[in-house]
Design a protein around this ligand. Sequence first.
Ligand code: SF4
Length: 309
Amino acid sequence: MNHLFGPVPSRRLGISLGIDLTPQKACTLNCVYCECGKTDDLTLERKEYIPTGEVIAELKEYLSTDPELDAITFSGSGEPTLHSGIGEIIAWLKREYPQHRVVILTNGTLLWQPEVRAALMPADLVVPSLDAVSEDIFHRINRPNKNLSNAEIIEGLVTFCAEFDGEVWLEVFLIPGVNDTQEELTRFRDVFERLQVDRIQLNSLDRPGAMPWVEPMPRENLMAIADMLGDEVEVIGKPIVRRRCASFSENLRGRILATIRVRPSTIDDLAVTLGMHVLDIGKYLDVMIGEGEVEQHRGERGVFYQAKR
Ligand code: SF4
């Protein structure tokens, strides 16, 4: 399987099969907190980055085994709506496997385009992110393609939320001292009132991202901001523990631990050594960090993971 990963235990979605539609890493943004590293192709060009037919063939083969899944999630190491075939794949999934919940994790930057909104319509849940309202903070956190305007992105989101019949959960990544000022939080509240989404989820750094200056926000601060922003605002929970996760492979966990016990490794190192997708490795590390088995530190080549002694 080249374009599917997992199933992995997801904090919000349960057991999730991932679909990665872009090469690492094509994105419209280059976020300072991105766990997939620097964006090499900072683009707005929508095209068939990988053959649509190949993705559908892999899904057909995998889903024919009748796996136990809570979600099929378009996420991956870049922005999935950059792929021009995403609408065809979603429509195929909902036609052939209507029992599965189809989820799109997107940075929402292309929702001002009618064809992107139309492509996502058959999905069950769309999770867009919005980390700033002000243009200057948007540039500081998300470092966008130069042709993107945050005002236009927000208008696209408002239109999408009005048109879409499924659920929308908005994700906001908070960075202390950057987008948590009183002024910016007030602007967020105004935008939230216009969006009327089903859930708003606050998130903060829990694995080191692309830039070392990005700090995690203490959970009590996140909770206080959630209270201030309104009833529908919540803080994203901890990773689900593996005891409840049938698809968590103890064998894979053991292989990751054995590797980082001998030599601290980056996610990319582990992906090459173990022949796994970087996002699979990341999800396993999330759970293992949550359970106190693994520690992390920043080195010259990025973030290194090692087994706790
Ligand atoms: S939008 Fe997502 S994939 Fe793109 S740079 Fe930001 S965090 Fe990374």
